[in-house]
Design a protein around this ligand. Sequence first.
Ligand SMILES: [Zn+2]
Length: 629
Amino acid sequence: MKKTVLFCFILLISGGLCAETSKHKLPKQIDPHSFANFDEVVVTHMSLNLQANFKKSRLEGSNTLRYQVLKPTAKHLILDTRDLVIKRITYPGSKKELKAKWHLIQADNGLGAALKITLPENHPDLTIHYHSQPQASGLQWLTASQTAGNKHPFLFSQSQAIHARSWIPSQDSPSVRTTYTATITAPKALWVVMSAQNQAEKSADGVYHFNMPQAIPAYLIAIAVGDLAYKNISKHVSIYAEDAYLEKAAYEFAETENMITAAEKLYGAYRWGTYDLLILPPSFPFGGMENPRLSFITPTVIAGDRSLDSLIAHELAHSWSGNLVTNASWRDLWLNEGFTTYFEARITEAVHGTERMKMEAALNLQGLKAEMAEMDPKYQALALKENINDPDDVFSGVAYDKGRFFLEWMEVAVGRPTFDAFLNKYFDDFAFKSISTDQFLQYLDKHLIQPSQGKITMKAVKQWIYEPGLPDTLPVPTTDRFKVIDKQVADLTINDKGLKKIASDQWTTQEWLHFMKALPEQLNQKQMQALDNHFQFSQAANAEIAHVWLMMSIKNDFQPAFARLISYLNEIGRMKLIVPLYQALAESKAHQNLGKNIYQSARPGYHNLARYKIDPLFPDMKFETQDAK
Ligand SMILES: [Zn+2]
């Protein structure tokens, strides 16, 4: 209600047509998470001209859109927005600036507001003059103290799933692809990068120009502005990072070029030119984000031994599955993430060997089973039958790991050469297109199921895609390296003497994680102390190992680890690592207050998406600012 009044005020003073929600119906939707009428009028190119205003925490300027009318009877172009202040809309190119008729229709279902613009005759472009607001769900504005360098602020975007609309008025559906150019102005001390071709040198005047000549969905448009340094590490790969992370990242991700070579050998040419990595400040809510040409990466995978670089394999694999062939709606997310997780495993296998790939598979399966044990069955199908309000809720292990094991099951059934040939053709046939689960099934039937002559059937495929749980046909990953650990744990007495017998000298991160997860859930103080004395888990530099240890410490009330727990939760914002810790704290009567105290101090440094997941864990806490979601 309050928002409608505010919008009307802004529209009235800016000369647009003010619209009460009651007077204008929300448009009919083609994509359940977008208001865009892309079956009638489709945006084909966007030209952004924005200034990063750190004082006001907003991007301000304009977006000039080129559109194509598909239905001659169409009268409007409809875009998605969320919390944007639209100042005016004009038609460029005419001698006298022509103002467009437009209005915003606010939705109350979390999708933002539809921006409905009346189409004039004979104008193929229009310019929207606007700015974002500090609460933009797709932008995080960090203060200098929230960065490693401590001197300059930092801005980064996270547009997936439907957050591009909070900083770019756009047809924010994965079914709509546009090219884009951008001119971005930032304070001179800072470097601007985008999901496009990036510069190898800092601009002297703070103005940066970008061109993305390949058509991509709005969720892949990305920006970051910060005190960045640059290092080229191989033919395709350069790293952008704060100085503190640059050399460490260059070492950690040195295999990236080999990963590109391996990926091309598997599924065809890398089609995007360069492949750069941007290392974000630790508050980045995800492991990585596959923004084309410039993957966004959490620093929490910098382990010092390249043991967590499968994340790079994952983001790189998205250059085929996701960025090249894209899920048509967020209900089909498994087509992006399941394919990518499978492809990631194949790259990891090629670069680091089968054992590493199998260990990761076993850990992922263990995690998936634990997640599914607490999940409503309706969310356990790969393709969700019912609508989901918030597409961020689809991002579970089901889309990723169940999707991956589904593909692996097909690979085993038809044989690797046949399956690889199928995937090659699939990536070619659907390159730069979006695809739904139904379209995929038709394609699969024709190109793999029928030729397989009974090795796989549509019935078995549909069980994977539409039924909850994991089918009996699941290919269970096994590895001798974990069997050796299981044997040691079975014989283990957890005290100083017993732990000395554990042969851990050559263990990789994956073996450590398996060892810790194989220990009994209930451990007494002496046992926890013995483990910490022997392995120094409370000081673990590896963020994944520290995470498992802190989970064990909360569950077993091992207070000597709590100083690390406090610093860990204050330092990083990657949801995979922090949300389960808060869950464990919130569920424990003894530690709920500790959880609240930590959250109170850490929350300002967290991304909107992380707050959205953690706020409900502490329902009686009151927060100063209301977030966009
Ligand atoms: Zn992914």
